[in-house]
Write a protein that binds this ligand. Sequence first.
Ligand SMILES: NC(=O)c1ccc[n+]([C@@H]2O[C@H](COP(=O)([O-])OP(=O)(O)OC[C@H]3O[C@@H](n4cnc5c(N)ncnc54)[C@H](OP(=O)(O)O)[C@@H]3O)[C@@H](O)[C@H]2O)c1
Length: 258
Amino acid sequence: MSRIFITGSTDGLGLMAAELLLKDGHQVTLHARSQARAADARTRLPAADAVVIGDLSAIQDMRQVAEQVNALGHHDAVIHNAGVGYREPRRIQTADGLSHVFAINVLAPYLLTALIARPGRLVYLSSGIHTGGEAGLSDPQWEKRRWNGAQAYSDSKLDDVLLAFAVARRWPQVRSNAVEPGWVATKMGGRGAPDDLALGPVTQAWLAAGQDPRTDVTGEYFYHQQTRRTHPAAHDPRLQDALLDYCAALTTTPLPGP
Ligand SMILES: NC(=O)c1ccc[n+]([C@@H]2O[C@H](COP(=O)([O-])OP(=O)(O)OC[C@H]3O[C@@H](n4cnc5c(N)ncnc54)[C@H](OP(=O)(O)O)[C@@H]3O)[C@@H](O)[C@H]2O)c1
């Protein structure tokens, strides 16, 4: 039995992964953006161990989420699932002056990785459309470019793969992998999403639980329990390090060493 923390587990794939893991006898810590959403999550999954609360668009809340998780004790795995999609019609600026999509989809998984007591397994939710992402950090906060929500989302999901692979390289004793869940009909995916919703949460739950020897890998990208090729830039250590350095500077929190 493992103890697993899942961000953004009030709805969609996070909630579904929690359901799968609880059914298999694991202990699950949920995460909600607010007290009201925490109450919803408790109603949906009363078997969950605990719910931590914080809005992942704000650096201060990211820190508080990490503190709450650490106060609960050691977790064997973390699934970095919380995310916002590609439909934001304009650049939304967070309280920290960042792009909303970047803050939730990239900076939050970075800072939680840096601050939560190191688990044995890390899973980062990416997307098939990360392949259309632009590597490099020429304008990560969309201050120079004309806003394009789909591009901002693709960029953020490429950053999630860079982050998973960077952590795999920096922390060799941790199994750090990225997952593409398919385009499925959650709140984010929309009603018309074509892929099988039931398969959407399976791979991240499987990697986090770590009971199958096939999950004893790190620095891989999975789709439906099979490895898949990524955007080639995701394997570039210079781009990985640049992203870690950038997130460290924004949060004044470096990723701890091995
Ligand atoms: N659905 C797809 O087709 C698809 C495809 C590829 C990748 N993905 C990835 O899979 C992951 C989960 O997506 P999903 O489809 O399950 O999305 P979803 O149904 O919209 O659920 C997103 C979850 O993240 C939470 N969340 C969003 N913003 C937050 C914030 N600021 N603070 C705290 N929590 C926040 C949501 O909370 P609330 O419930 O309170 O809103 C919800 O629990 C994402 O990383 C996404 O990029 C999804």
